[in-house]
Design a binder for this molecule. Structure first.
Ligand SMILES: NC(=O)c1ccc[n+]([C@@H]2O[C@H](COP(=O)([O-])OP(=O)(O)OC[C@H]3O[C@@H](n4cnc5c(N)ncnc54)[C@H](OP(=O)(O)O)[C@@H]3O)[C@@H](O)[C@H]2O)c1
Length: 313
């Protein structure tokens, strides 16, 4: 199908947001058809569909679980994306690969730009960094979009974790010394499609006549902490009759997790705007509609945020 976009990531937040935003020209593949545990299927899934562009939104995203499953995380985040990129190069299919702010250690003290040195603090970030390198080595014209703190009205994310916790607990504790940029999956999907359209209008995978390949940062504008994010969620949710428990600001040391997280992983998205004319909305503006949908889905029984587990990312 000319101009068609194949999105990996099945039921994932970004994959589903891309399916909504690109209805009619986006096809989403997920497991079992596209499974990083079965590398022989990866190329086949792309060859059979022959899209013009692939968005690789599939990943091992369980940051804490990755610490005790480094091989599975590496297959999904590093070697698997490398195989996807190999196939894209072979077929002349363009590629957008999604990566993370967790490639940084968070010690810079200012928003990171694409040229800053990486230094992941855990297995998830390390495997995602290896994936970026594998993708760009195999397919130098690919675009790697690093994003952060992704949430949607459905899926596994901090927004639903907080809404669920508010229904179960009279008082919450949330870390206030990790800074970052929340990103609405719908905003990220719109930005990804805008990037895809520019790539489709440009040259083939092996370089790009307009020099548009490489790494770009793509997050919601502004910044907050997990604690600030939680307060904003409850401010919005209260409009829909949701309980708004008090939220104590705690330190990372008070909430030990298997994976160490960067204390300040804000990303500078100037390059994305300069090269693609794409800028995501302010995170706070985008939060309200997602909270409204999550509350409505929960009230109608379509989602069950009350079953979410409490975590800081
Ligand atoms: N979530 C965040 O806060 C965040 C932050 C920074 C960057 N990112 C990056 O943004 C991208 C999209 O993330 P997201 O939030 O949409 O993640 P998500 O909701 O966790 O979805 C990821 C999807 O990947 C698929 N997947 C997982 N393991 C797989 C495997 N072994 N083989 C094939 N597919 C597998 C699963 O789809 P099925 O089970 O349906 O097949 C899953 O739904 C990822 O690259 C992620 O690293 C996310």
């Amino acid at each position: 199908m000319a101009g068609s976009i194949l999105v990996t990531g099945g039921s994932g937040q970004l994959a589903q947001a891309l399916a909504r935003a690109g209805a009619g020209r986006v096809e989403v593949v997920g497991r079992p058809v596209f499974d990083f545990e079965r590398p022989e299927l990866l190329g086949q899934a792309i060859r059979e569909r022959r899209p013009a562009l692939v968005v690789n939104a599939a990943a091992y995203t369980a940051v804490d679980a990755a610490e005790s499953a480094p091989e599975a995380a590496a297959r999904a985040n590093a070697s698997g994306p490398g195989l996807v990129a190999d196939t894209c190069r072979e077929l002349g299919v363009k590629l957008v690969h999604v990566s993370t702010d967790y490639v940084f250690d968070g010690l810079k003290g200012a928003p990171y730009d694409e040229g800053d040195a990486t230094n992941p603090t855990g297995v998830y970030g390390a495997t995602k960094l290896a994936g970026e390198r594998a993708v760009l080595a195999a397919c130098p014209g690919a675009v790697v979009l690093r994003t952060s703190w992704v949430y949607a009205a459905a899926g596994k994310n901090f927004l639903l974790t907080m809404l669920g916790a508010a229904r179960r607990m009279p008082r919450l504790r949330v870390v206030a010394d990790q800074k970052g940029c929340p990103t609405n999956a719908d905003d990220l999907a719109a930005a990804t499609l805008a990037v895809a359209d520019r790539l489709l209008a440009a040259a083939a995978c092996s370089g790009g006549e307009q020099g548009l390949g490489g790494i770009y940062h793509a997050t919601g504008r502004g910044e907050t902490t997990w604690h600030g994010f939680a307060l904003a969620i409850f401010e919005e949710a209260a409009r829909h009759g949701w309980p708004a428990p008090p939220v104590d600001a705690i330190q990372t040391a008070d909430w030990p997790t298997p994976a160490r997280r960067p204390p300040d992983s804000r990303l500078d998205c100037t390059r994305l705007h300069a090269d693609f004319g794409v800028r995501l909305p302010d995170w706070r503006q985008s939060l309200g509609p997602a909270v409204a949908r999550a509350c409505a889905a929960s009230d109608s029984g379509a989602a069950s945020p009350a079953s979410a587990t409490v975590a800081s990312a």
